[in-house]
Design a protein around this ligand. Structure first.
Ligand SMILES: [Zn+2]
Ligand SMILES: [Zn+2]
Length: 346
């Protein structure tokens, strides 16, 4: 089969590799669509250390079951499916508590990090455990379904805080995850959702998706948020960038006793105002991947309550992968989610 291989840092090439054979409990999926995640772009140049070559990346995908391994009864050849990016073991202490994102033997598809190497979905086929797969409704196209992973991540982040009707929220970062969090906050019952970013194009997309108001991040940013939120600060802020400035914006914007959910993690370390967090009794939550949010994500997308189509900039053949990685790596303005199709002809 054809696969897009990261053979060394900043070198992607189409190669021929054997079609994986599904082990017992696994299903072989013909990949119809796989999105390029920001973490793949950070892996591409080696900066994250999580994509040690050689590795076939790709963990935001959907496709059709091509073959089922032994003992698989939940899926059949021809089923339209998506799957979790986390391959959890299903029987460690965390898995048994349904905290599958914290699984002791957790592996992520398309990641190689020293501890393990797990082939991803930038390929014609990928084999995954049936327990991490979900059937897709007919009304979701494969490119849209490729964003279910990101929608689940957004729903999980919002699930960590109690959203009361009428709550106000701030989303820091209007990338794919931020724009999905914005929508998830609305679904959860927030009456006002503010969104901030440095990129005005992204903010106008955010407005078209229903943000109450958008703010360009900058020196006066916190004051503006406080003004917009009745002078006291928002009830909760969700940070979807992962650097010091963004974390500080989130912390500086919540009211006393408020919550900050941290999703972005580009930087291994940030500095934050400890005394403000302590004296204003702000709760910081780390949010990792998702844990059981797929069915709800599928339902919300299927009903149109969470929209992903406006976030998709391009749906192109897998063979153009290198080109699109370069454009994303160069941070081309206006470019959001790029979805690659292994079955499409150039
Ligand atoms: Zn991702
Ligand atoms: Zn486990």
């Amino acid at each position: 089969m054809k696969a897009l291989l990261l053979s060394e840092y900043k070198k992607l090439e189409m190669v021929d590799v054997p079609v994986p054979v599904p082990a017992a409990g696994e299903i072989l999926i013909r990949v119809e669509a796989c999105g390029i995640c920001g973490s793949d772009v950070h892996g591409y140049d080696g900066s994250s250390g999580r994509r040690i070559p050689p590795i076939v990346m790709g963990h935001e995908a959907a496709g059709i079951v091509a073959r089922v391994g032994e003992a698989v009864r939940t899926f059949h050849e021809g089923d339209r499916v998506t799957f979790d990016s986390t391959v959890y073991c299903g029987d460690c202490e965390y898995c048994r508590r349904n905290e599958v994102n914290l699984c002791d033997r957790r592996e992520v598809l398309g990641v190689s990090c020293g501890d393990y190497r797990r082939a991803g979905a930038f390929a014609e086929f990928v084999s995954v455990p049936a327990r991490i797969a979900y059937a897709l409704p007919e009304n979701l196209s494969f490119p849209e379904a490729a964003l279910l992973e990101a929608v689940s991540v957004a729903l999980h982040a919002v699930s960590l805080v109690e959203v009361k009707p009428g709550s106000t929220a701030l989303v820091v970062g209007a990338g794919t995850i931020g724009l999905l969090i914005q929508q998830a906050l609305r679904v959860a019952g927030c009456s006002r959702v503010f969104v901030t970013d440095i990129d005005r194009n992204r903010l106008s997309l955010s407005e078209s998706l229903g943000a109450t108001a958008t703010l360009v991040s900058g020196p006066n940013f916190t004051n503006e948020v406080l003004r917009a939120a009745n002078g006291t600060g928002v009830d909760l802020a969700v940070e979807a960038v992962g650097n010091t400035a963004a974390v500080q914006s989130a912390i500086g914007s919540v009211r006393k006793g408020g919550d900050v959910v941290l999703v972005g993690n580009v930087s291994p370390e940030v500095t934050f105002p400890l005394q403000k967090v302590v004296s204003r009794q702000i709760t910081l939550h780390g949010s990792c991947a998702s844990a059981g949010e797929y069915p709800r994500a599928i339902e919300l997308m299927s009903k149109g309550e969470i929209k992903v189509k406006p976030l998709i900039s391009a749906v192109r053949p897998l063979s153009e992968g290198l080109h699109w990685f370069e454009r994303l790596y160069d941070r081309e303005a206006g470019l959001m989610k790029v979805v690659l199709e292994p079955g499409a002809q150039p």
